[in-house]
Design a binder for this molecule. Structure first.
Ligand code: OGA
Ligand code: NI
Length: 351
């Protein structure tokens, strides 16, 4: 897959539902069966990550009631009076909990969000909202269970990259987990239908739980915005910027956006998994050789936060673009790259 296949169409183009989105479904329980079965699932995960960057997981071990309770806790939080929620408002991206009603991108006004860290839970939960009273318990339970899913997936992904199941295992276990809890208003006829502008997530992977449809991704084979159907009981998984870096470009970050649902207000909980704050992510040296020189500079979650803070006003600055190294091979792709860059400028990164 060439880099140009990631071209993002202009951000306000309507989505196409003519072609159903290919959506690989991974049975997570099969990862812990016999080695032949595991091998097949690892292969499916690797293929989905390479070809699409997204897939859904079923049989992931999180009960429907744990998922429903997390969505309910989120929904109840957003129903609180504004002055209660605004106690968490801050311009400082490094605050452990942050509430806001727009992403400073002027087209996300119909979205309210609460972002907070979730791992290690015992360190962060003290900062989480105490209202509604169920919030810490329900969100905490979901956060720790979804982290287990992320760890199993990371093992499968690095194995699928040929790096071995244990690769960076300790760093993933010590890694950060950021929950982005979103509430989108129901679409009204007069307003825009965009709830969250196109962006990619900074981490290795994002696991998304939603109350109803609204997520769209760019289908890499057609470059068209396509609606994601959330399968019953499934979780949606996406590759982020740091996975593109780690895999030295073999896996691509997923540009995605959220549309407002015309039927109902929508809650989503994105769990974003990365290394610890100051741990640098580099291209895996095993995936670097003469033919595949490193494509990206090293960076940490903290570098990403600095990047966002420095580019607060420049809403088009893309984190991954800032990490790209110009190599000899890229000179050949110069024209392609110019076009990709042009389109990538339309997307940004969200934290
Ligand atoms: C995010 C995100 C998608 C959604 O929070 O980073 O992409 O459907 N959310 O809310
Ligand atoms: Ni996102």
């Amino acid at each position: 897959m060439s880099d140009s296949s990631r071209t993002v169409p202009p951000e306000l183009l309507p989505s196409e539902d003519l072609h159903p989105l290919p959506m690989p479904v991974i049975n997570l329980g099969h990862l812990s069966l016999d080695s032949a079965t595991r091998y097949r699932v690892v292969d499916d995960v690797a293929k989905a990550c390479r070809d699409l960057g997204y897939f859904q997981v079923i049989n992931h071990g999180i009960s429907q009631s744990v998922m429903d309770c997390a969505l309910e806790a989120a929904s109840d939080f957003f129903k609180l009076p504004n002055e209660t929620k605004e106690k968490f408002a801050s311009e400082d991206l490094r605050r452990p909990v942050r509430y806001d009603t727009s992403s400073k991108d002027s087209i996300s006004m119909s979205r309210a969000f609460l972002k907070h860290y979730a791992h290690p839970l015992s360190e962060w939960i003290q900062y989480w909202p105490q209202q509604p009273p169920i919030y810490r318990k329900y969100m905490g339970k979901y956060a720790s269970e979804v982290r287990m899913v992320a760890l199993q997936l990371m093992e499968a992904i690095v194995e699928g990259l040929g790096l071995g199941k244990e690769y960076l295992n300790e760093k993933f276990h010590e890694g950060s987990q950021l929950l982005s809890v979103n509430c989108y208003a129901k679409a009204s006829q007069s307003a825009t239908t965009i709830g969250l502008a196109p962006h990619s997530d900074y981490g290795f992977l994002t696991i998304l739980l939603t109350s109803c449809g609204g997520l769209e991704v760019v289908d890499p084979s057609s470059n068209i915005w396509t609606r994601v159907q959330q399968l019953p009981h499934a979780l949606h998984v996406q590759i982020g910027d740091h996975m593109e870096v780690l895999s030295n470009g073999r896996m691509k970050t997923v540009v995605h956006r959220a549309l407002l649902n015309p039927e109902e207000a929508r809650i989503s909980i994105a769990s974003i998994h990365g290394f610890a704050l100051h741990e640098k992510v580099t291209c895996a040296k095993e995936l670097v050789d003469e033919e595949n020189p490193p494509k990206y500079k090293e960076s940490s979650f903290s570098d990403f936060l600095d990047h966002l803070t420095a580019n607060m006003d420049n809403k088009h600055r893309n984190f991954l673009e800032s990490l790209r190294m110009l190599t000899g091979a890229m000179v050949f792709e110069k024209e392609d790259r110019a076009m990709v860059h042009h389109h990538m400028l339309k997307s940004k990164v969200s934290v």
